[in-house]
Design a protein around this ligand. Structure first.
Ligand code: ADP
Length: 163
């Protein structure tokens, strides 16, 4: 069975992430989306909340599993016996960091290959930070995230409207 891992902060999951996850799910037998800790970012949602949002947003994808890991991705890949890490690339600005991460992960776990999927042009601009900024300033986030998680995001900003 060919298993791929989709790592990220997913704070919160967006249509950009879902596009990558869906495409990965059509290429591999199983995709494990793993919520990881990014020490450089102060998250809006706890790990448990991010896992829960992802579970709801991917409920329609039978070969997608959601997990959380607090350690190194290379170790997680080894634990799960995964040989492929899937990453989405939005723009050239993503590339340098992702390239460095891919090389680091290969050093830490030579059995693992990083595969980059280019974003769907429709989602090129989309990031979790953008969703948070718009939600925090009272904007409409329906174009950015699936309906099943909108209320959870609005609630974080004390908004409770039914949109
Ligand atoms: P991180 O904090 O590790 O950057 P993110 O949750 O921001 O994690 O992103 C996880 C993965 O999803 C990364 O590979 C990122 O490039 C990809 N990604 C995020 N937004 C998009 C998007 N709009 N289109 C394609 N890939 C995306």
């Amino acid at each position: 069975m060919k298993l791929a891992i989709c790592p990220g902060s997913f704070d919160p999951v967006t249509y950009g992430h879902l596009n990558i996850i869906t495409r990965a799910a059509s290429m591999f037998d199983k995709v494990v989306v793993v919520v990881m800790i990014n020490g450089t970012k102060q998250p809006l949602f706890s790990c448990e909340e991010r896992v829960d949002l992802l579970k709801r947003a991917t409920a329609h994808l039978p070969n997608v599993e959601i997990d959380f890991y607090g350690g190194l991705l290379a170790d997680y890949a080894r634990e799960r016996d995964a040989t492929v890490i899937i990453k989405g690339l939005r723009a050239l600005s993503d590339f340098e960091y992702e390239f460095q991460m891919a090389l680091t992960n290969r050093k830490l776990n030579p059995a693992v290959e990083t595969v980059f999927l280019t974003t769907n042009a429709e989602y090129m601009y989309l990031s979790s930070s953008l969703v948070k900024q718009v939600a925090g300033l009272g904007g409409d986030i329906r174009e950015f995230v699936p309906p099943c998680i909108i209320q959870d995001i609005l609630q974080k900003y004390g908004r409770n409207e039914t949109e």
